[in-house]
Design a binder for this molecule. Structure first.
Ligand code: ADE
Length: 333
């Protein structure tokens, strides 16, 4: 039998190493300069006044570091960080239990906050505004209102689109942070930092190649880096160079622009079946076998960002650049 290289305790799951890739402080956090600059002022001001930070809403495409930034804010505020998500809170009691557990100044992070059930969202209104909850406990003849005071706390909500939140909930956030896709330079810095944390050597050209194919998204960059590291290690390369990145990503079927099979299938469907569009979201979803939300939140925003598709009143359209990317002849109709 093959000998294990390390004892059980030394095995690290990828999730654990992922956590260690995450920055702990605002100064370690790369990119999102506008949000960082603003939030560092609000953090300093709140700390000086010894108050809880105002509620924060972070919105933008998946994988841009909303959870990471929320944890960084808690660390900078020197308070506890409790994380949950909209779909995980099913009953009013779940939310009450979370709120009940908070100490003054603590941060409650709710990911996918747009997926909170409506009756629970309503409990949040008074919790956010007046730091108290009023709920009905018991049923029928034993039903009675109960008033819970709460410590001042900070709610950080994250969502892919701010427009999916109801207006009353959105209005209760004092600080709005719009997360943008990262620039190539920022992704290069993230890849180099992550390589350093993982103890892997990477050449500038290798970091550039990973960054170029990461769809402006740190989560993607870190995932690709780990896969490329595996290829480099097995090929006994001491340093990750452009060649091994290109080789690994070709096997992973990730192209020059960072598009995968699903992205290309979407573009091909628009072009081959619908003559480039306009075509509706639901029609596209049915054709490529994905959910509407998956296309709208995860696939389409990046294709739009790099100008391969555009949205019109009558539906989505493939641009000339999309035809060129797939090597198809463009007919201007
Ligand atoms: N790892 C993932 N996202 C990061 C970021 N924005 N800055 C630094 N390291 C990261």
């Amino acid at each position: 039998m093959e000998k294990r290289l390390v004892s059980g305790e030394e095995w690290q799951s990828e999730d654990e190493s992922e956590l260690s890739l995450r920055p702990k402080t605002l100064s370690q956090y790369i990119g999102q300069a506008k949000i960082k600059q603003e939030i560092s002022v609000y953090i300093q001001a709140a700390k000086q006044r010894q108050e809880a930070l105002d509620h924060v809403l972070l919105y933008g495409p998946p994988g841009l570091g909303k959870t990471t930034l929320a944890a960084v804010i808690a660390n900078e505020m020197q308070v506890n960080f409790k994380a949950t998500s909209g779909p995980a809170i099913e009953r009013p009691g779940d939310l009450v239990a979370l709120l009940n557990d908070l100490e003054p100044g603590d941060i409650l992070f709710i990911d996918e906050i747009h997926r909170l059930p409506k009756n629970i969202e309503e409990i949040l209104y008074s919790a956010m505004e007046d730091f108290c909850i009023d709920i009905i406990v018991g049923q029928d003849s034993t039903a009675h209102p109960v008033h819970f005071p709460l410590p001042p706390f900070t709610l950080i909500g994250a969502t892919t689109r701010a427009g999916m939140l109801s207006a009353p909930l959105r209005d209760r956030f004092g600080i709005l942070g719009h997360m943008n896709y990262y620039t190539q330079d920022e992704l290069i810095q993230i890849v180099k930092r992550s390589a350093n944390v993982l103890g892997t050597l990477i050449k500038d050209e290798g970091a550039l190649e990973v960054a170029r194919r990461s769809r402006g998204t740190p989560r993607v960059a870190n995932r690709l880096l780990k896969r490329v590291r595996d290829f480099a290690q097995v090929a006994q390369k001491e340093e990750i160079d452009q060649k091994i990145v290109a080789y690994a990503l070709e096997l992973l079927r990730i192209d020059q622009e960072g598009l995968d099979d699903t992205d290309r299938k979407l573009l091909q469907t628009m072009i081959m079946l619908y003559n480039g569009g306009p075509v509706g979201l639901t029609t596209l979803a049915a054709n490529i076998g994905e959910e509407n939300d998956t296309i709208a939140d995860m696939i389409e925003p990046y294709l739009m960002q790099i100008g391969l598709i555009k949205r019109t009143a009558r539906g989505r359209m493939a641009t000339k650049k999309a035809y060129e990317h797939l090597g198809l002849p463009y007919k201007n109709n």
